[in-house]
Design a protein around this ligand. Structure first.
Ligand code: PLP
Length: 389
């Protein structure tokens, strides 16, 4: 029998999640607190590093285990996963690695986090590609979203070379229909790139059934890792067609043979790794990811839905407007909402100062993003202390 903890044993468990002793923390879509298991892994690393790096340690073996776990999480092969220092690095690898022709189009939305905008703008400036941004609109319930049909329409132009989207939009919380968009792209030979930081670990991401060609995600949000340690995926068939943007000693097949300058890039995603790893951060990420995997993405997601729905019911009761779509396909861990009468900034600072409750302000909206270990009582407390209308 497995001795892995169950979800119920971890909910409200301040030993496993020390942040619970200090804060009602609802900003996992920002930078997440690190659970005990991740912090312990980094403490172990620090103790070992004090005694002598790589002398009797299992660091590299453990990092390869992380590569396997990350691959398993998304139905990829370990050879398709590279370690990156953040989401932006992975997006930049794609932007710089493609053989663009003048006039090639990249389709995205106008509500992306800039990690999925500036890399394309750089190519627009240097290589003459055209960046097409599809606008958000209100759905029939008044929720903000970018309709899938509008994205597909924009991508129909034969000059479209790539579609790049956040799996979940950081401000509205909309989850895009990757399955439909990925199938469309694959059928037309369009590349499909995903910023997965707002979904990885809590919502299913299957690179095969969703026809994803590239994705990038740092670990510091829903994966409960530290900042500066993330994963990048490149579909096997594209690895050799994607030139590494940054090259150092590690991108090559015989990297440890230092003095023998054999510049043959690795045939796997390791060709995108240019030098020494953030070992401490990756070991922290590994521990947190393994905990989430032992619980299962489906169970974690189901728990998040329960907490999100409870929050929304309470917010309605207090007269707030909900911005995030919540239907079966589009919901996510993010609940964005608006007061009809009160300025938002003082609400956020009062919650922090007087109630030790952390939410965020994004694009003029309030944003709450609890994780599975938060309790119903914490959600109720947030509702209780939010100003009414
Ligand atoms: C959608 C999205 N992408 C990327 C990031 C962060 O990028 P990076 O990992 O490069 O710091 C954020 C952080 O808020 C985000 O919401």
């Amino acid at each position: 029998m497995s001795d892995a903890p169950s979800i119920s044993s971890l909910i409200g468990n301040a030993d496993a999640f020390p942040v619970l002793k200090h804060w009602h923390f609802f900003n996992h879509a920002g930078v997440a607190p690190i659970p005990r298991t991740g912090a312990d892994a980094m403490r172990k690393f620090a103790a070992e590093a004090e005694r002598g790096a790589y002398l009797g340690t299992a660091w590299y073996r453990d990092l390869e285990k992380l590569r396997v776990s990350a691959a398993r999480l998304v139905n990829a092969h370990r050879d398709e996963i590279a370690f990156v220092k953040n989401t932006s690095e992975g997006m930049s690898i794609v932007a710089n690695g493609i053989d663009w022709q003048f006039g090639d189009r990249v389709v995205t939305t106008s509500v992306e986090y800039p990690a999925n905008i500036y890399p394309w703008m750089e190519q627009q400036r240097n290589r003459g590609i055209k960046l097409v941004m599809v606008d958000e609109e209100l759905d029939e319930h008044g929720r903000r979203h970018v309709p899938v049909d509008k994205i597909l329409d924009a991508a129909k132009d034969p000059k479209t070379k790539l579609v790049s989207l956040s799996h979940v939009e950081y401000a509205s919380g909309q989850r895009h229909d990757l399955t439909t968009i990925g199938a469309f792209c694959r059928s037309r030979g369009i590349l499909f790139c995903v910023d997965a930081i707002q979904s990885l670990g809590i919502l299913p991401l299957d690179v095969k059934t969703m026809n994803v060609d590239y994705f990038s995600a740092d670990g510091h949000k829903w994966l409960l890792g530290p900042e500066g340690a993330g994963v990048f995926y490149c579909r096997r068939e594209l690895i050799e067609r994607t030139r590494p943007a940054m090259v150092g000693w590690m991108n090559v097949v015989d990297a440890q043979n230092y003095g023998n300058y054999n510049y043959t890039l690795r045939p796997d995603a390791g060709r995108f790794e240019c030098g020494s790893y953030n070992v401490a951060g990756l070991l922290g990420l590994k521990a947190s990811l393994e905990m989430l995997q032992s619980l299962g993405t489906e169970a974690v997601g189901a728990r998040l839905k329960v907490l999100g729905n409870r929050l929304i019911t309470g917010l309605f009761g207090k007269g707030y407007d909900i911005v995030s779509p919540r239907d079966a396909e589009q919901w996510s861990g993010i609940v964005s909402f608006k007061s009809r009468t009160q300025p938002h900034e003082p609400i956020v600072s009062k919650l922090r100062r007087e109630h030790k409750i952390e939410i965020a302000l994004r694009e003029g909206r309030l944003r709450a993003s609890p994780h599975f270990y938060n309790t119903e009582a914490e959600i109720d407390r947030l509702i209780e202390v939010l100003p009414g209308h």
